[in-house]
Design a protein around this ligand. Structure first.
Ligand code: S3P
Length: 449
């Protein structure tokens, strides 16, 4: 498969234009799209998927599932069929599993491979090769997985030999991470006993929800103040179920913040997933005084969804508690953009996990803010932005470090800053939101190469 970022970087610039208006239909949720492929692989028979995100990251996971034995067909726009082989039925892939930029795909699939008596090598692009994988390998080793080889510091390329009979473990995740939780549960699917994951802060629960939807026995109980205990009985027979992927709230963040900061805008964002473990940005923006009306809330495809009517707003700075981080972990770059246009200071607390995303996002955001002429500070794990009350200078070029969300965030900034904002490379946007540029232009954005 070709890389979405082979060849030369492609800079893109956003400049202030007219107000934004119209309706947007976002692509499917990235987290659920990865899991749709994986649950399809692990069920015997045909899983039909509607609304799949056809971004590079998810296509990598689909390729990996094929390499492990699934037959996967694209039937139409977002409409896919996965013919799975079931738990215990996987084969060793013939080639390296190349996950490109995809942290979620690679980490969840390490869990899948780790629970089977097969061997596979995981690799990816320069960004993925920098990301810490020991957090996944450590619990898998406890389950009986052998790490055959790894690059320095537990990084890709990594070869693992899965466990034929994964040991049932109880594991308390050291950091709030749905990827760690999911990798353990996916490995635990082929364990003869009960696998338990304890998280002190609840993270996105798509894996647990899909496990029970596909017929596994999973028990989720509260743990401590904000945490959860998830117990999975091993060796269920997963039964194929139709999946309707809801629209991605992490992608919604970009047109949402754009509509808030571009004066005179009025935008309807349709059918956004409202899973409470994903709506931290919405909570924060409402606290900042954003005009966001939650219209027509409904239940679709196993998740709460709603339309968001967004009108440009005068925002005020807020203090974002660290406890909110798991429910908006991917949204801090674009929140920093919203904070730049607000009146007063915004403090975002507890951002240490941002350092190990597709880039060191804390640094990348800070550098982008510097390019835009903003005043900001990093204090420990906190980011503090001094809002400019609508008058963000702008005018710089932002280094995106192969990070889609850095690229999209600073393009959104350029839609309302005094001078245009340039990002050094827009190609990675295709990993999560291939229609971003067209969709934003449709609303009225002025982007040019
Ligand atoms: C994801 C979990 C989060 C998030 C990522 C998607 C998932 O990562 O940042 O974009 O689908 O499980 P962590 O588990 O590392 O926080």
């Amino acid at each position: 498969m070709s890389n979405s970022h082979e060849g030369l970087p492609q800079p893109l610039t956003a400049r202030r234009g007219k107000s934004l208006s119209g309706r947007v239909k976002l692509p499917g949720d990235k987290s659920i799209s990865h899991r749709a492929m994986i649950f399809g692989l692990l069920s015997v028979g045909e899983t039909m998927v509607e609304g799949l995100l056809e971004g590079d990251d998810v296509l990598r996971t689909a390729s990996a599932c094929r390499a492990l034995g699934a037959k996967i067909d694209r039937l139409g726009d977002g409409h896919w069929r996965v013919h799975g082989v079931g738990i215990g039925g996987l084969r060793s892939p013939a080639d390296v599993l190349d996950f490109g930029n995809a942290g979620t795909g690679s980490r969840l699939m390490m869990g899948v491979v780790g629970g089977h008596n097969i061997t596979a090598t995981f690799d990816g692009d320069a960004s993925l090769r920098k990301r810490p994988m020991r957090r996944i390998l450590d619990p898998l080793v406890e389950m009986g997985v052998e790490v055959v080889s790894q690059a320095e510091g537990g990084r890709c390329p990594i070869t693992i030999k899965g466990a034929a009979d994964p040991l049932p473990i109880t594991y308390a995740t050291p950091v709030a991470s749905a990827q760690i939780k999911s990798a353990i549960l996916l490995a635990g699917l082929n364990s003869p006993g009960r696998t338990t994951v304890i998280e002190t802060e609840a993270t996105r629960d798509h894996t647990e929800k899909m496990l029970s939807y596909f017929g596994a026995t999973v028990r989720v109980t509260p743990e401590g103040h904000d945490g959860r205990r998830i117990e999975l009985e091993g060796r269920p027979e997963l039964k194929p179920r139709p999946i309707m992927v809801p629209r991605d709230p992490s992608s919604a963040a970009f047109p949402l913040v754009a509509a808030l900061i571009v004066p005179g805008s009025d935008v309807l964002i349709e059918g956004v997933m409202m899973n409470p473990l994903r709506t931290g940005l919405l909570t924060t923006l409402l606290e900042m005084g954003a005009s966001i009306e939650i219209v027509n809330p409904r239940y679709e495809g196993g998740e709460d969804v709603a339309d968001l009517q967004v009108r440009s707003s005068t925002l005020k700075g807020v203090d974002v508690p660290a406890a909110r981080a798991p429910s908006m972990i991917d949204e801090y770059p674009v929140l920093a953009v919203a904070a730049s246009f607000a009146r007063g200071e915004t403090r975002m607390r507890g951002l240490n996990e941002l350092r190990v995303k597709e880039s060191d996002r804390l640094q990348a955001v800070a550098d982008g803010l510097a390019q835009a002429g903003m005043t900001y500070a990093i204090e420990g794990d906190d980011l503090i932005v001094q809002g400019m009350n609508g008058a963000v200078p702008g005018g710089g070029t932002v280094a995106t470090h192969l990070d889609h969300r850095i690229a999209m965030s600073f393009l959104v900034m350029g839609m309302a800053s005094d001078k245009p904002m340039t990002v050094d490379d827009e190609r990675m946007i295709a990993t999560s939101f291939p229609s971003f540029v067209a969709l934003m232009r449709n609303l009225g954005a002025d982007f040019y190469a």
